[in-house]
Ligand binder design. Structure first.
Ligand SMILES: [Mg+2]
Length: 443
C-alpha cells in the first residue's frame, strides 16, 4: 500500500465528542470536525468496553478546586509534623514528593509546600457523586477506592446511542463541568490492562490499549505495573532477577512453577495482557461478625473484654482476608433471659485494624457492663465500607494514621502479629488479658 492511499482511522475527539471513522492518507493529528488536538485514535477504539477511571490527585484537586489560590502551588493533603503525605498534587510530585512519605521529608524537599489537613467527609461525598455518574452508564461499576473504579460497558451501546469509548469521554467531560475535577480513563480489553492504561496519560487522560497489542505493549515494561501481583510475589520476582513482564513470560515453565506454584499460570497470563476477572459491582457482604455463647453467665468486665478482644481479632482477620474495611462496630449482648441488646459505635475512618475494632467494642462494654448484670452471649460485628482496600497502594491504612503517630505504632505491631499468625497459626499469640481470663466457651 502506498503512503498516499487513504486508511480508515477510528477516532474520538475529546473536545467536540465527534467520533467515527475517517479515511486519511496519514494518521490525523487534529480533529477534522473541530480542529482540537485532543484526539484518540485506535484500531480497537469501538470494540473495547472495559475501563478503569481514576481521579487525578484526588484530595489535592478537591482542595485546589475549593481554593483557587492554591492552583499553582505545591500542595499535599496530610498530617503536620509527625504525619505522612496522603496525597500530593502534580506540582508537589515534581519535587519527588509521594504518598506515604513523612511530611517533614516532603517539607524538606519543598520548603514552600502547602500542607492541608484531610477533609474526609467532603472527599467521600464527591467520591459518591462520581460513582453515581458512573452507575448511570452501567450497573457494572466496581470501586477500588474512594476515587477509582472499574466499569464494564459491554452492551450499553444501544442504551446510550454511543460506543463505550464515547460514553466514557462524555462522562469525563461531565465530571469536569459538574464537579470541577479531572479523571483519567484507561480503556482496554480487561481489568489489569485498563488499570495500567488509566495511569499512562495523567492528568485528564484517555489511553487505550488494545487486546492485539497488550502482550507486546507489556513486554519491556516493569512487572510492578500489573494489577493483581502481590507484594510477596513482587519480592520473589526481584530476587530471581525478573523485572519486566516479558521476563515473566519468558521464564522456563519450571521456574514459573517453582516461584509461584499454583498461581504461575495466572501471573504469566497477566504478564501477557490476559486477565479474565469480571467487574463485580459492590457490595457483596454488608457486615461481618463473630460471637460466643458462654457455658456459664458472665458479669465481669475484664472477662468480657478478653473475649471481645479475640472476637475483634477474628473479625479483623476476615476483613483483611476479604480486603474490606469496617465503618461501624456493633456489640451484641444477650442476657440470661435471652433478651438481646446491640450497641454501636461509628468509626472515625474506615479500618481493618484489630485495635480500632477492639477500642470501639471496649467503649461499648465499659458503658454497658456493671451493676451485677450478667450475660450468656457476646458478639462483635462490623458494618462494611462499600469500597475494597487496595493492597497495591502504598497509601496509609487509614487517613487517621496521618494525624496520629500512636496509631502508626499500633498498626506496625499489628502487622507483625499478623505475620506471625500467618506463619504459625491463629492461636500462637495471646494478649495478657486473654491469658488471664480464659473465656468459658461452649465447645
Ligand atoms: Mg486517583
Amino acid at each position: 500500500m502506498s503512503v498516499s492511499e487513504p486508511t480508515s482511522y477510528a477516532f474520538l475527539c475529546r473536545t467536540c465528542l465527534g467520533s467515527g471513522y475517517v479515511g486519511m492518507p496519514e494518521r490525523p493529528k487534529t480533529c477534522i470536525e473541530c480542529g482540537s488536538g485532543a484526539l484518540v485514535l485506535h484500531d480497537e477504539l469501538f470494540s473495547l468496553s472495559l475501563a478503569h477511571i481514576d481521579c487525578d490527585a484526588f484530595y489535592c484537586s478537591v482542595e485546589k478546586r475549593d481554593n483557587p489560590a492554591l492552583v499553582n502551588r505545591p500542595v499535599i493533603v496530610g498530617g503536620e509534623q509527625r504525619g505522612v503525605v496522603a496525597a500530593a498534587c502534580y506540582i508537589a510530585r515534581t519535587y519527588g514528593i509521594r504518598s506515604a512519605m513523612p511530611t517533614w521529608q516532603a517539607k524538606r524537599a519543598c520548603p514552600e509546600l502547602v500542607i492541608i489537613k484531610p477533609r474526609m467527609a467532603i472527599y467521600q461525598t464527591i467520591g459518591r457523586q462520581i460513582r453515581e455518574m458512573m452507575q448511570a452508564l452501567t450497573p457494572l461499576v466496581q470501586p477500588l477506592s474512594i476515587d477509582e473504579a472499574f466499569l464494564d460497558l459491554a452492551g450499553t451501546q444501544k442504551l446510550h446511542h454511543a460506543s463505550p469509548a464515547l460514553s466514557l469521554a462524555r462522562l469525563q467531560q461531565h465530571i469536569k463541568t459538574e464537579l470541577g475535577l479531572t479523571v483519567s480513563i484507561g480503556l482496554a480489553a480487561n481489568k489489569s490492562m485498563a488499570k495500567i492504561a488509566s495511569d499512562q496519560d495523567k492528568p485528564n487522560g484517555f489511553y487505550v490499549i488494545g487486546a492485539a497489542e497488550a502482550k507486546s505493549w507489556l513486554k519491556d515494561r516493569p512487572a510492578s505495573l500489573l494489577f493483581g501481583l502481590g507484594k510477596s510475589q513482587m519480592a520473589k520476582l526481584k530476587a530471581a532477577g525478573v523485572h519486566s513482564c516479558g521476563d515473566i513470560v519468558n521464564l522456563p515453565a519450571g521456574q514459573q512453577k517453582s516461584l509461584f506454584g499454583s498461581d504461575a499460570q495466572r501471573l504469566v497470563n497477566l504478564a501477557s495482557g490476559i486477565d479474565n476477572r469480571p467487574v463485580v459491582p459492590y457490595s457483596r457482604a454488608k457486615s461481618i461478625s463473630s460471637e460466643t455463647t458462654f457455658t456459664e453467665n458472665i458479669s465481669e468486665l475484664d472477662t468480657l473484654l478478653a473475649m471481645a478482644e479475640s472476637l475483634s481479632a477474628k473479625v479483623s482477620r476476615q476483613l483483611k482476608a476479604k480486603r474490606r474495611a469496617a465503618i461501624r462496630v456493633t456489640v451484641k449482648l444477650k442476657f440470661p433471659t435471652h433478651r438481646l441488646i446491640t450497641r454501636s459505635r461509628t468509626l472515625a475512618a474506615p479500618t481493618q485494624m484489630h485495635h480500632d475494632i477492639f477500642d470501639a467494642a471496649t467503649d461499648v462494654l465499659r458503658a454497658e457492663i456493671g451493676n451485677g448484670k450478667s450475660y450468656r452471649l457476646l458478639g462483635v460485628g462490623v458494618e462494611l465500607s462499600e469500597q475494597d482496600i487496595d493492597e497495591s497502594r502504598d497509601a496509609p491504612t487509614s487517613l487517621l494514621d496521618i494525624v496520629d503517630d500512636n496509631r502508626q505504632k499500633k498498626n506496625k505491631l499489628e502487622a507483625a502479629i499478623d505475620q506471625l499468625h500467618e506463619k504459625l497459626g491463629d492461636d500462637v499469640l495471646k494478649t495478657g488479658r486473654q491469658l488471664k481470663k480464659d473465656p468459658k466457651k461452649k465447645p
